[in-house]
Design a protein around this ligand. Structure first.
Ligand code: S3P
Length: 429
């Protein structure tokens, strides 16, 4: 765990950044590329710790994976040719790896034991294990399958018609990936639509998936055809610099190659609602995952309300949005966001505690937070709780303070954005 002292003295941020690959899409490229027989190539892959853990898991299943810069080549015998690993699969800090692998492995002919780090050990897995058991999956784990380590004995699955109790792309994706191997049809019904990268990428691998009015339908026992995947830049990483550009004085930033999938772009709506100076220039809407160049400059922000169907479209951006709200005029209310409590850490508690240490006026509620602004922020000693997004929120806050901000653990930022501090330095030059 390495501590970092940040004393930026309110620099102006100027220039352009190429945003690194999307974490969700990078994970899925390895997963689908490993299920498909043959050679899948990936460009723009995120070399974050979570995605590297996904690669390590599939290597243990006998898939050959070569990484060269941000290009990845996957040579797979196909899901029916995977070998039974003699070692435990380690999913690190990654909820996406753990939950999607549960769905994928349930319908194979191998036995696997999966475990992760101390944060993963506390995160709820029953939300995935329960629907998979309804599909006849054989999964065991602590507290009847709620927590890692988890043991999966691959078996023959049955399709399911499932109404999602929470908006979660990880749960939806695990069911769909199990449904690929199952007998019969699998249907997932979402009241509030979560990110749809799995549906899009399955189609790119030649799978017939129907999506209409929050209902995803897929016939079982379909084969995937190896292909080429282009990963867009991660809007959840871009969000930290969109935020910095809006609140750090005299700033003007261009973020290139930002994924703007409509199930992920809620941060753009929020910045517009807060009156930010933001312009979105779309590159090509016709591709699997559309991208844009986004311009942002120092803005006088207004408070806003964030709730309902908007929440899943920006769930990972809420720590950053809370920081923005400390600099906005008036009150910002974030509600319907209980899911924050079961992320890499309890993000309601972590955001409120750390922003309070900097002098913010912020209170936790049962499903979100209320922030009054604007408030000047001062230096403090902050914690990241091993959570990359809390670490980055703390570091962006340090761009505003006169005094130094000390962050206990910055290594965790490499989970999703290894080049984060280099990118800050690049904009200060
Ligand atoms: C993800 C889905 C979201 C998100 C996570 C990545 C994915 O989690 O918070 O960072 O890749 O499917 P939930 O599915 O738990 O909402």
């Amino acid at each position: 765990m390495s501590e970092k002292v940040l004393h930026y003295n309110q620099p102006a941020l100027q220039g352009a950044l190429q945003i690194p690959g999307d974490k969700s899409v990078s994970h899925r490229s390895i997963m689908l590329g490993s299920i498909a027989k043959g050679v899948t190539t990936v460009e723009g892959f995120l070399l974050g710790d979570d995605c590297l853990d996904t690669i390590a898991c599939f290597k243990k299943l006998g898939v050959e994976i070569h990484v060269e810069g941000t290009n990845v080549k996957i040579e797979s015998p196909g899901i029916d040719g995977w070998s039974e690993p003699s070692e435990v699969l380690y999913t690190g800090n990654s909820g996406t790896t753990t939950r999607l692998m549960l769905g994928i492995l349930s319908g194979t002919n191998v036995h696997v034991i999966m475990t992760g780090d101390s944060s993963i050990a506390k995160r709820p897995m029953k939300r995935v294990v329960e629907p998979l058991r309804l599909m006849k999956a054989d999964i065991r784990g602590r507290a009847d399958g709620q927590y890692t380590p988890l043991a999966i004995q691959g078996t023959t699955l049955q399709g399911i018609d499932y109404k999602m109790p929470v908006a979660s792309a990880q749960v939806k994706s695990a069911i769909l990936l199990a449904g690929l191997r199952a007998q019969g049809t699998t249907i997932v019904r979402e009241e509030v639509v979560s990110r749809d990268h799995t549906e899009r990428m399955l189609q790119q691998f030649g799978v017939q998936v129907d999506v209409a009015d929050g209902v995803v339908t897929l016939e079982g026992q379909q084969q995937l055809t190896a292909t080429h995947v282009t990963v867009p830049g991660d809007i959840s990483s871009a969000a930290f610099f969109l935020g910095a550009g809006a609140i750090v004085p005299n700033s003007e930033i261009v973020l290139k190659n930002v994924g703007i999938n409509p199930t992920r772009d809620g941060i753009i709506d929020v910045l517009r609602a807060m009156d930010a100076n933001i312009e979105v220039h779309i590159n090509d809407e016709a591709v699997m995952e559309p991208t844009a160049s986004i311009h942002i400059s120092t803005s006088t922000l207004q408070g806003t309300t964030i709730d309902g169907a908007l929440i899943p479209r920006l769930i990972d951006e809420i720590p950053l949005i809370a920081l923005l709200a400390t600099q906005a005029q008036g009150r910002t209310v974030i509600k319907d966001a209980e899911e924050l409590k079961v992320k890499e850490t309890d993000r309601i508690q972590a955001v409120v505690d750390e922003l309070k240490k900097l002098g913010a006026t912020i209170e936790a509620t049962h499903d979100g937070m209320i922030i009054e602004g604007p408030t000047p922020l001062h230096g403090a000693k902050l914690q990241s709780y091993g959570d990359h997004r809390i670490g980055m929120m703390n570091a962006i806050a340090a761009l505003l303070t006169e005094g130094a901000v000390t962050i206990d653990d910055v290594d965790c930022i490499a989970i999703s954005y290894p080049a984060f501090f280099e990118h800050i330095d690049q904009l200060m030059k």
